[in-house]
Ligand binder design. Sequence first.
Ligand code: 9MR
Length: 400
Amino acid sequence: MKLSVTFTLLAAVIPFALAQSPEWGQCGGIGWTGATTCVAGTVCTVQNAYYSQCLPGSASSAPATTPSSPSGPTSTAPPAPSGTGLNALAKVAGKLYFGTATDNGELSDTAYTAILDNNKEFGQITPANSMKWDATEPTRGTFTFSGGDQIANLAKTNGQLLRGHNCVWYNQLPSWVSNGQFTTADLTTVIQNHCSTLVSHYKGQVYSWDVVNEPFNDDGTWRQDVFYNTLGTSYVSIALKAARAADPNAKLYINDYNIEQSGAKATAMLNLVKQLIADGVPIDGVGFQCHFIVGEVPGTFQTVLEQFTALGLEVAITELDIRTTTPASQSALAQQQKDYQTVVQACMNVEKCVGVTVWDFTDKYSWVPSTFSGQGAACPWDQNLVKKPAYNGIVAALTS
Ligand code: 9MR
């Protein structure tokens, strides 16, 4: 009799004891099958239909009520305490920021900006278009900074870091650059003047600049554009030196996609930065864009990040999104959650990976559907600005 009472008590207590989530851990939400109670000193708090989290607090460890429909948080959900949000969690985990791209045309959408402006969610923003060459120097020697200034001022108002994007890129060039029949001396001056004026204008306001964007083809050969075709590889150092002189405190990056997996393109980037370092050219970091496909996150990503940090550089995930066929199935969204977790975890595991930026946080403004027909749903928030399971994947990595 005594034995069976003890067993019954243990049976009741052990699952409870084993099932407590740590501080910042998930404790409920649609599809969640893990612990629904929190360690002492934290409270399981409903953040949205998909995600309840153990937040610091003094209440009991009672399980959170998980809403039965994905319609969003219930009106009884408490206000978000400090410490909630992707950037707040990233900083607790030792990263500099969790950020997002944004664009000027989106800033009149008040439901959107309510999330964008929350620096507990986003501690860094990148202008998706308004600091590019076509926007900033549409005619030679005439600079227009109004769009870029709007984003820079927003970052300042919100207490967010700013990534400058970008100085030199083959795309979104005004025709006076892309079609210019330049001598080497003339194009050198053009690059120096553009990078110097752009970076000087935002001096002191930018954490890091994508000085050179997408210099390589996918096979690791150099992209044939006006810069390479006129100046060879020297355009990279011309731009980096001009940027360094213009804002000595800004971190200078080269940024590209499809360098996240071991292969010819990653090797080409590695060889480029090794050469720049050997030549004494200023270079501080490499940006990994991470425009991925659900179910296809490269298994070698962390190894590649480490190959770059081993050179003394910092790295960042600069344009993360993970697309799928639309409309997205439940299983695709579940896989996307895992994929976001995997990608952010790789940055977490690499000390000199300074932060993660999503290439806009909502499917409402993602670039994907207009570029890849029939694909989209790539962001952590959906079209209606509701968090998707992907958000939980990011949180899981940030709290690991
Ligand atoms: O998000 C940007 C989109 O609005 C523009 O139409 C597009 C034009 O090229 O550029 C997008 O941003 C790109 C970024 O500048 C560089 N890496 C790839 C991004 C997605 O295309």
